[in-house]
Write a protein that binds this ligand. Structure first.
Ligand code: ADP
Length: 547
């Protein structure tokens, strides 16, 4: 019966001309498989699937699934590679031309190239560029691909929650597709591409499995030569891929994943650095995009500084880039309307095009006050200043804390309070103050949740100032974790914090003594303008901040 039906089907197909079509298609797959230089395992699998396709017919629904599968296998770059540019001098030139600064990243790539020249078996490093938004992490990665002559693919991991997004769905699911890694490799068109995994700190896991587990395999140079996607069901060799990942913060990257990567910190820029980036890169890039000659629209130096200092407030240069684009658009309009051939943008033009000044960096108080201390915070968006206020009122020793603080910060406030109670007399405060006074700690600008222990010294200083009535110097900012005995412990993000203090018009910053080594990483322009005081205990902090 079965045989009879099949014969009938064949006769019908012949009648419709499908038989030929099918044969043609099968033959075309056959020759593609032959030409594709597939590794043994992949070739066997492809031929096996082709055999199934023959049996069930290319026009059946099962046939459709198999064809999609074969297309995927055939389009992957199993053996295609681009030839690396190993001319170190040229690579350095390209990197230098396309980006200002970012020396650590550039040097690491040059180092990799140098090693690659001597060793044939060298595995690519897996770099993780960490820093605030807009500091050029993504664009330097693209530049590296350009300099090395590699294809570039970018994939954002932000919001990825499901393991299957990385490793694919099994073919048995309707509408199954490979995961993002294989998808990326198909786009890359070469097996030694530069693969950028953006926002690796913004993945999360749920009941469907943790994408980080799948990424572990991808980023492990010991086992990523046999990466297996659930959909493909055959190993793909990722060992020649140069992986670069980016993140805003290391805190949310799972530890095992972090261990497999080499972290390079990319920190925010000073006004001077931003000036160079704007003048040498952002403005020419925008003009190029619009094919406008450089001498038709020029920017005076002071106009660039004006945009940086009064219209943007960021660690990176993304807003700066937007503001410049906006000015260029408005300038072109004006040139057309008023029939001008050339224009030089001045501070007045900036004001005319961008409106009134949006930020004033002079955030530091102009006068010394009681109970108000400038702290410094470090968030995923870069550094910021964080004023802390304390006031006292009649009461019974209650400690009130407000301003959207995280748990760690609240605890650090409590520890600070205990320290102040235990040592009140030392600072000329009546030790019984808690019997008739309440204390209120407030951290304004509550829109951004803040956490971390590094505001410890700031809170103690504000409390002691409020209780003793001594004023705090307005030009001082501070950061440091505190212990119950008043020791000052080291903190993270010193460079970002110093930049923020400098932007806010502070001239003296008190930092933990153990952070002395980090001073090396602070740009000279900042060091010339800020005085750093190293404190190992709270008394040094108070001596230098209270009047
Ligand atoms: P991130 O990935 O760190 O968020 P992007 O790579 O998107 O930042 O950078 C934002 C913009 O700023 C891009 O147009 C980039 O070219 C430019 N940019 C950032 N840093 C530099 C730099 N050091 N030199 C030149 N351009 C830069």
């Amino acid at each position: 019966m079965n045989h009879f039906l099949k014969e009938q089907l064949r006769a019908i197909k012949e009648e419709l001309g499908e038989e030929d079509e099918e044969k043609k298609e099968i033959n075309s797959y056959k020759s593609k498989i032959r030409k594709a230089k597939l590794p043994k395992q992949a070739k066997e699998k492809a031929l096996y699937e082709l055999d199934r396709l023959k049996k069930c017919g290319t026009f059946s629904s099962e046939g459709g699934v198999i064809r999609t599968y074969l297309d995927w296998v055939l389009e992957l770059p199993w053996s295609k590679e681009t030839k690396d540019n190993l001319n170190i001098k040229r690579v350095r030139e390209i990197l230098q031309e396309e980006h200002y600064g970012l020396e650590d990243v550039k040097n690491r790539i040059i180092e990799y190239l140098a090693l690659k020249k001597v060793s044939k078996t060298l595995k690519g490093p897996i770099l993780c560029l960490v820093g605030p938004p807009g500091v050029g992490k993504t664009s330097i990665a693209e530049s590296i691909a350009h300099a090395l002559n590699r294809n570039f693919v970018r994939m954002s991991l932000g919001g990825v929650r499901d393991e299957a997004e990385i490793r694919g769905h099994r073919k048995t699911y309707i509408g199954a597709i490979p995961g993002r890694i294989i998808y990326g490799m198909k786009q890359a068109k070469s097996k030694n591409a530069l693969f950028l995994l953006d926002e690796i700190d913004k993945m999360s896991g749920d009941f469907r499995g943790d994408p980080a587990d799948a990424l572990l395999e991808v980023l492990d140079s010991e086992q990523n030569n046999t990466f297996r996607d659930h959909y493909l069901e055959i190993d793909f060799d990722l060992s020649k891929v140069l992986f670069i990942t980016t993140a805003n913060t290391l805190d949310t990257i799972p530890r095992p994943l972090l261990d497999r990567m080499e972290v390079i910190e990319v920190s925010g820029y000073t006004s001077e650095e931003k000036f160079h980036i704007a003048k040498e890169h952002l403005i020419p890039k925008k003009l190029d995009e619009l094919s406008i000659e450089y001498n038709k629209i020029t920017f005076s130096d002071s106009s660039i500084y004006n945009i940086i200092d009064n219209y943007t407030r960021e660690s990176g240069v993304r807003n700066l880039e937007r503001k410049i684009a906006s000015i260029i658009r408005k300038t072109i309009t004006e040139m057309l309307e008023k029939n001008k051939k050339k224009m030089n943008i001045t501070v007045n033009h900036v004001k005319k095009y961008l409106g009134p000044v949006q930020f004033t960096y002079d955030k530091a108080d102009k006068e010394d006050k009681v109970g108000v201390v400038m702290g410094m915070a470090w968030t995923a968006y870069g550094g910021d200043t964080l004023p802390i206020e304390v006031s006292t009122m009649k009461g019974k020793g209650k400690l009130e804390i407000t301003g959207q603080l995280g748990d760690v910060m609240v605890e650090s406030a409590k520890a600070g309070y205990s320290y102040v109670r235990a040592n009140a007399e030392k600072y000329g405060i009546d030790f019984k103050f808690y019997q008739d006074k309440d204390l209120h700690i407030h951290v304004p600008e509550g829109a951004v949740p803040k956490d971390g222990p590094s505001a410890g010294v700031t809170m103690i200083t504000a409390m002691i100032s409020a209780l003793s009535g001594k004023k705090v110097k307005h030009n001082v900012a501070m950061t440091g974790e505190i212990t119950l005995t008043g020791r000052v412990l080291p903190i993270g993000g010193l460079k970002e914090k110093s930049l923020a203090a400098y932007r806010a018009g502070i001239d003296t910053v008190i930092i933990p003594k153990d952070n002395e080594k980090d001073l090396l990483k602070i740009p000279k322009t900042i060091k010339n303008k800020l005085k750093f005081i190293l404190a190992d205990n709270i008394d040094v902090v108070l001596e230098n901040s209270l009047i």
